[in-house]
Design a protein around this ligand. Structure first.
Ligand SMILES: *[C@@H]1O[C@H](CO)[C@@H](O)[C@H](O)[C@H]1NC(C)=O
Ligand SMILES: *[C@@H]1O[C@H](CO)[C@@H](O)[C@H](O)[C@H]1NC(C)=O
Ligand SMILES: *[C@@H]1O[C@H](CO)[C@@H](O)[C@H](O)[C@H]1NC(C)=O
Ligand SMILES: *[C@@H]1O[C@H](CO)[C@@H](O)[C@H](O)[C@H]1NC(C)=O
Ligand SMILES: *[C@@H]1O[C@H](CO)[C@@H](O)[C@H](O)[C@H]1NC(C)=O
Ligand SMILES: *[C@@H]1O[C@H](CO)[C@@H](O)[C@H](O)[C@H]1NC(C)=O
Ligand SMILES: *[C@@H]1O[C@H](CO)[C@@H](O)[C@H](O)[C@H]1NC(C)=O
Length: 813
């Protein structure tokens, strides 16, 4: 360092004797200029950076800027007149004798200027090898004496040695702002910096919206990013004291280059120069994944990428919280945060749960005291009713300092590399700290959960029966949403099913065999038996009990009760004599039994069942595995939606912490669900669209058919719809009975349902309205998963939809 200073010192002495605007040197003295027309520039002493005029990308306008010179030649690090470009090469930068830097155009208009904090005749402008342009006293080159520096005014780039954040010594808040585009350095919408509220940390904003935050500094760099923990290129430190709150990066090897850049797409990137490749490498790109989206799980929700990768709902509630009631949540998937199950008592009954391995919550609403230890921190939190969590500030050497959070907690995520622990306050029965046992979900707990649910359900049932006798119930069945789940004796069911004999077996369901049975009083039932070997089944069993026990609709299969004796778990349903829809529509002979009026009735029935699930039931439910095989038919061929093993309701997310489950069936899965694991009510709408096309055409979504062997069912429907040849899509078996008007409408509705973007699909409410009335319908666009099969390679599967696997399991943990 001392050496460079000496070199700088010497070179500045030499220059002051030289004539102006000749060779490229690193300082400007009063009355010297840098002129675009004369192609003069400044080059830092060791040649790392150059300053002059340039045109970015394909633009022809001129800017004064600083760029890398030795390596990464031409990469721009700073622009002076980013919002006031020059239209020609008339620009001149002049250092006037009062310590002002002035950029003028051909007409001598000032386009940009900078002024030293002190007027003096003995000043120079110098471009340092750090990329910093400074105005300083001529014989004093110490950083404290810079009278102006470009490092105080970053553009889209933070260089090593630059303070990123709040510098209270001169009241500057150094933030990054993106370029509009590669060709346009003017201020774009993205901004990044250290927030001034609460415990400071780096934020990234899109306009006024928060996009991402890095997580508070905890002594071990970046509370939310493991990839930054160790690296061979740079070190960094966070300063939090009277001098300010800022980050600073330093290179480990001065012959490399590294910068933090906010690009015009809104990505915050650590870039390092890779010399062999002569290019910048992205060391870290932020935000990285879905859990990085700011507060993606809402208040008190925790985002878990492990779950997301397993195809499960990525959002979770903390213990003691349950998902809040969700309205208008389709836009953001389905999770909109969590609320406390029980209010804080504000006394000694409150307890703290221990959460290791988390990114700490948003610190904007936090309070810090570096002097307190963890016990004092806890006491402080208990003393204030609105304090909801606490943690150590610094976790080096056992931890010190105290952060307190007030009110709802936002934007936590699983962050396994973190050794920091968050202590979350909940209303507890006892006192002390509950240690959360992670990853274990013993069978006993599930059995207890089921037992508790059943007991609650049973007592409610008794209450309801009692009330009903007094009141005489109302006629409308579908309005009634009471809990009614009787317990059956195991022996009774064993008897009804001939001791689960193979002759009674109807098939294999999601989590075990299904048997047909006849109760003593003559009622026919279907019995699902949880196979004892199936680990997956337990969760589905629980899910199904909890989901369907509360549902009552004539288009949903009815659960009559359950049995959980002798280690057996059984679900007892009303028996559906006519099996499932796929048995009819895809079979040459059976398909004749379902004429158009019956099929149209089925379409309408399924639509009503789904509407009930989505909107009307007490719990709003996403089915997630709607398909022909899950539509059962009663005596009169009325449809009943069945199989709620994979359904998703709002209370459900947190009780599924360790489930590995069937998540759907290819062909029926919407693109965003199949590809990204994002599901919403609109994924059911997509499945419904596929189902309607199958019902009309008698063809399976999986597979390719004449006359267009290159197009799948969606592709054919889309083509025929465009050619107005609706009847060509209709199953030959029902051509006689079909109503042209109804068929046309149904095809158009189906195409609207299978739109690639969820927001383009109608809600089930609108689907029902379109089915039952003649309201005008929008024109569909090309469906999602529209596939033209490649002619040449008949063997290899050319796309996801061609996959023949029937059911898609998420992998075991
Ligand atoms: C710079 O120019 C001003 C006015 O043109 C003059 O007064 C001053 O002496 C000059 N300074 C130097 C160092 O040449
Ligand atoms: C950088 O670019 C300039 C002009 O484009 C060229 O003259 C110079 O040789 C380049 N330097 C390196 C190190 O590539
Ligand atoms: C430059 O240095 C000399 C001696 O070190 C000092 O007397 C003089 O005041 C300095 N000039 C300025 C402008 O600070
Ligand atoms: C930033 O906000 C705009 C407007 O809301 C939006 O269109 C854009 O997608 C956002 N950018 C990112 C990266 O999210
Ligand atoms: C610094 O980097 C250069 C070039 O990559 C390398 O040759 C040199 O050994 C490095 N120095 C240290 C101290 O790592
Ligand atoms: C609790 O903390 C909040 C936020 O710091 C503060 O406004 C409030 O006065 C505190 N209440 C008590 C009783 O200390
Ligand atoms: C994230 O999900 C995985 C898998 O379900 C689970 O084991 C882990 O405990 C979860 N992490 C948190 C912090 O909830």
């Amino acid at each position: 360092m001392a050496q460079t200073l000496i070199i700088l010192f010497c070179s500045s002495l030499t220059i002051s004797l030289l004539a102006i605007s000749s060779a490229s040197l690193d300082t400007l003295t009063p009355n010297q200029t840098i002129a675009d027309g004369a192609k003069t520039t400044l080059i830092s002493a060791a040649g790392a950076f150059e300053m002059g005029f340039f045109s970015p990308g394909s633009s022809s306008t001129r800017y004064l800027g600083i760029w890398y010179n030795n390596i990464a030649n031409g990469t721009v690090a700073w622009v002076a007149n980013r919002n006031t470009p020059l239209s020609d090469t008339s620009g001149v930068l002049r250092f006037d004798h009062n310590g002002g830097l002035i950029l003028t155009d051909g007409g001598s208009n000032v386009v940009w200027s900078a002024k030293s904090s002190k007027a003096s005749a003995d000043l120079v402008v110098q471009l340092l090898d750090t990329g910093n342009l400074v105005i300083r006293p001529v014989n004093d080159s110490y950083p404290d004496n810079y009278l102006w520096q470009s490092f105080d005014y970053p553009g889209d780039c933070i260089l090593p040695g630059m303070k990123f954040g709040l510098d209270l010594t001169n009241g500057v808040n150094r933030q990054l702002t993106s370029w509009k585009s590669l060709d346009d350095p003017s201020t774009g919408v993205y901004r990044s910096g250290v927030n001034g509220k609460g415990y400071p940390e780096i934020f990234l904003w899109n306009g006024s919206d928060t996009m991402f935050r890095l997580g508070p500094w905890n002594g071990i760099p970046f509370g939310g990013r493991s990839s930054l923990l160790q690296n061979a290129i740079f070190t960094y430190n966070f300063v939090l004291d009277e001098a300010g709150a800022y980050y600073m990066f330093q290179l480990l090897n001065a012959s490399t280059a590294m910068r933090l850049m906010l690009n015009s797409e809104g990505d915050l990137q650590f870039l390092t120069w890779h010399d062999p490749k002569k290019g910048w490498e992205i060391t870290v790109n932020l935000p990285t994944d879905k859990c990085d989206d700011f507060s993606v799980c809402g208040a008190n929700g925790n985002c878990n990428m492990t779950k997301s990768k397993l195809g499960q709902e990525m959002c979770d509630c903390f213990e003691g919280f349950s998902p809040s009631n969700l309205e208008n949540n389709e836009i953001k998937g389905l999770f909109s945060g969590c609320v406390r199950k029980r209010m804080l008592t504000c006394g000694n009954q409150d307890v703290f749960s221990r959460y290791p391995g988390l990114k700490l919550p948003d610190t904007q609403n936090s309070w810090i005291d570096p002097r307190l230890n963890l016990d004092e921190c806890k006491a402080k939190c208990l003393n204030n009713c609105s304090c909801t969590a606490y943690a150590n500030m610094d976790i080096k050497e056992g931890g010190s300092g105290c952060v307190l959070w007030f009110g709802d907690l936002f934007d936590t995520r699983e962050f396994l590399a973190s050794s920091q622990v968050l202590y979350l306050r909940t209303a507890g029965e006892g006192s002390g700290i509950i240690s959360r046992s992670k990853g274990k979900a013993p069978v006993a707990i599930i059995v207890i959960v089921v037992l508790v649910v059943v007991t609650v359900v049973l007592s409610l049932f008794l209450l309801v029966v009692y009330k009903k006798k007094k009141l005489r119930r109302k006629a409308d069945q579908s309005q009634r949403e009471d809990f009614e789940l009787p317990l059956f004796e195991f022996a009774r069911i064993a008897k009804a099913t001939n001791n689960f004999s193979n002759n009674n077996k109807l098939g294999e369901g999601g989590f075990g065999p299904v048997y047909m049975g006849i109760l003593e009083e003559g009622q026919e039932i279907a019995v699902k038996r949880l196979s004892k070997t199936s680990k997956q089944g337990l969760d589905e069993f629980k899910n199904e009990v909890l989901c369907i026990a509360k549902l009552q609709h004539r288009n949903l299969v009815r659960l009559l009760g359950c049995s959980i004796e002798e280690g057996e778990m059984l679900l007892i349903y009303e028996f559906m004599p006519n099996k499932s829809l796929d048995f009819f529509i895809f079979d040459k002979v059976q398909s004749k039994l379902l004429d158009w009026p019956k099929r149209y009735n089925i379409i309408n029935g399924v639509a009503k069942g789904l509407l009930y699930l989505h909107r009307d039931s007490r719990l709003r439910i996403i089915h997630r595995d709607l398909k022909a095989g899950n539509i059962l038919l009663d005596h009169d061929m009325n449809p009943k939606v069945s199989d709620f093993g994979t359904a998703k309701s709002f209370w459900g997310s947190q009780s599924e912490a360790s489930t590995t489950r069937v998540v759907g069936t290819f062909g029926y899965m919407s693109p965003e669900y199949a590809l990204d694991g994002i599901f919403s009510f609109k994924s059911d709408v997509y499945s419904f669209g596929v189902l309607v096309l199958e019902i009309i055409s008698g063809k399976r979504m999986k597979g390719f058919y004449q006359p267009d062997p290159n197009l799948n069912l969606l592709g054919q429907a889309w083509r025929l719809y465009n050619e107005q040849k609706f009847l060509e899509l209709v199953d030959k078996a029902i051509l006689q009975s079909c109503n042209y008007f109804e068929v046309c409408r149904a095809i158009q509705i189906a195409l609207l349902c299978v739109q690639p973007y969820p927001e383009d699909r109608p809600e089930m409410e609108l689907v029902n309205l379109m089915l039952s009335s003649a309201i005008e319908m929008p024109r569909p666009n090309q469906p999602g998963f529209f596939t033209a099969k490649k002619l040449q390679d008949s063997n290899s599967s050319s796309s996801l939809i061609l996959d023949n696997s029937d059911v898609f399991y998420s992998s075991d943990i």
